[in-house]
Design a protein around this ligand. Structure first.
Ligand SMILES: CCCCCCCCCC(=O)SCCNC(=O)CCNC(=O)[C@H](O)C(C)(C)COP(=O)(O)OP(=O)(O)OC[C@H]1O[C@@H](n2cnc3c(N)ncnc32)[C@H](O)[C@@H]1OP(=O)(O)O
Length: 215
């Protein structure tokens, strides 16, 4: 049986292709560093032309957010697995036979924390998001109120990181999930999360409104 993808299906055209190219750009910049200083003025001019070309297509923010949430299926704009989001690491999560999630990702220098290793905030984002998707797959769309995370071993830049996440249960309006990041057989990060259901009245009210309406 074909495995089910819990994150957005990557495409090699349109906005997904632009986002991928932008990830390659960011990776190239972080690898080159100050070695591009002499060429920086020309690079900035070229990038500004591209930015203006793209910006000409951008609707205002509330309209853009509304469009994002009208798209069916897994979030294409998520910060961890959003194929349309150039800041999103290219994560795909698959549903295992027991309903848990499993995926792999390799992160470059843009995600560095300690020398040669992944930033803890990046690991926390991968965990927060995977735990949230594990809940959503179990039928519980919910927002994080607590994330307990342990960094047990540093994750080398460029290593293949295995992401595991599972929904652990519901307690009234709260749901729990847990997960880990592994490199090979080594468990590098463990996390447990507490989430509040989005259909809880206070949560629904808070996340119903768009930024402009909240001002
Ligand atoms: C659609 C599918 C999406 C799939 C993936 C999404 C993954 C995204 C994950 C995220 O990053 S979500 C974004 C980060 N989270 C937030 O912005 C939520 C911010 N918090 C809030 O807006 C409010 O807390 C919320 C509206 C959710 C609820 O407010 P309330 O005033 O009603 O409740 P409160 O925050 O006091 O606590 C709710 C419950 O959580 C409990 N709680 C709070 N902090 C906790 C903590 N740190 N650990 C454990 N439990 C905690 C708290 O005790 C309480 O338990 P009880 O219901 O049993 O009383």
């Amino acid at each position: 049986m074909e495995a089910t993808l819990a994150t957005a299906q990557p495409r090699d055209t349109g906005i997904d292709a632009v986002a991928s190219a932008t990830r390659r750009l960011v990776d190239a910049i972080t690898r080159a560093g100050g070695a591009i200083d002499a060429d920086a003025d020309r690079i900035v001019a070229d990038l500004d032309v591209l930015t203006a070309r793209i910006d000409a297509h951008a609707p205002d923010l509330p309209e853009r957010i509304a469009t994002m949430w009208r798209q069916p299926g897994p979030g294409r704009f998520d910060p961890a697995g959003g194929t349309e989001n150039p800041l999103s690491p290219p994560v795909s999560l698959w549903v295992e036979p027991d309903g848990s999630l499993r995926g792999e990702v390799t992160l470059g220098l843009a995600f560095q924390g300690p020398p040669g290793h992944i930033h803890g905030g990046t690991s926390a984002m991968l965990m927060d998001h995977a735990l949230g998707i594990a809940n959503a797959r179990a039928g519980y769309a919910a927002v994080t109120v607590g994330l307990d995370i342990s960094f047990r071993a540093a994750i080398p830049i460029g290593s293949t990181i295995t992401i595991l996440a599972r929904h652990d249960g519901r307690d009234g309006r709260k749901v729990r999930s847990s997960g880990e990041l592994r490199v090979g057989d080594l468990t590098c990060v463990t996390a447990t999360g507490t989430f509040v259901l989005m259909d809880d009245p206070s949560t629904r009210e808070k996340f119903r409104r768009l930024p402009r309406e909240q001002a």
